[in-house]
Design a protein around this ligand. Structure first.
Ligand code: SAM
Length: 234
């Protein structure tokens, strides 16, 4: 649908870049601040919340739906590095951005030289291959459509899902009860899904798929966001 479009670089209100897709008339992040949105929704309400409430026995399994600029991935890497947490990060993306465009993103302006090198590798590394970016962080970028990724017979289960597809108004097919059921089936008990959207339809579809839903305060410029949890079986 959007494969022919080359997104353009845009500055958001917190000084960090986002990309703009002219075909969908959509940005990859909030124009109120890409970095602040990613930190609020995915790192604080997602990764940090999970770590604070669980004692992972092994590597945390994260899957991001819509890998895009790699912003959530690099912020997750930095969080895991600082907390000495092992993580396997799977990024699903149907329309990878060009490596030259990725090099223009200013996300590493706030980071060390070591983290700058990791961000560059996030984009230069092979698709559809699991890569060890450090002794605690592995990345598996999958060049596939979100709707084709989840598989009922898949043994891989996730602890955290970053649901970061374009807005449901633009990509309704990625926010259905059926897709949330597939995601739910591929998660560990007690696992969580976080998204910037707080639409009623999204909440209902997630609830119908089996998630326990929480409505949380949103990032700057948004009242709410959603976190879902896969019930723990007793
Ligand atoms: C809202 S942007 C978020 C990107 C990313 N999380 C980031 O921080 O840059 C949505 C992403 O989903 C990708 N996408 C759109 N439709 C898709 C599909 N059907 N399957 C996989 N990825 C898709 C887009 O190319 C884009 O990278």
């Amino acid at each position: 649908m959007q494969s022919s479009v080359i997104p353009s670089l845009l500055l958001t209100k917190d000084g960090s870049h986002t990309l703009f897709n002219s075909q969908l008339n959509e940005c990859y992040h909030s124009t109120n601040g890409a970095r602040q949105e990613s930190l609020h929704v995915f790192i604080e309400a997602g990764l940090k919340h999970f770590v604070d409430n669980n004692t992972p026995q092994k590597s945390i399994q994260i899957v991001e739906l819509g890998f895009g600029t790699g912003l959530n991935a690099i912020l997750s890497y930095v969080f895991c590095k600082n907390k000495h947490i092992a993580c396997t990060y799977t990024g699903i993306e149907a329309y990878p951005i060009d490596i030259l465009l990725a090099a223009k993103l200013n996300y590493t302006d706030w980071m060390s030289d070591e983290d700058k090198a990791i961000f560059s590798q996030l984009h230069s590394c092979q698709w559809d291959e699991k890569i060890e970016l450090s002794h605690i962080f592995s990345l598996h970028k999958c060049h596939i459509r979100i709707e084709d990724y989840f598989n009922p017979s898949e043994s891989q289960k996730y602890d955290i899902v970053y649901m970061d597809a374009f807005d449901p108004a633009k990509q309704a097919e990625l926010w259905t009860e059926d897709l949330f059921k597939q995601i739910h089936n591929n998660m560990n008990e007690g696992g969580i899904i976080v998204t910037y959207s707080s639409k009623g339809d999204v909440k209902r579809a997630m609830r119908a798929a089996g998630f326990i839903i929480e409505r949380l305060p949103g990032p700057v410029g948004k009242r709410h966001m959603i976190r879902g949890r896969k019930k723990t079986e007793f």
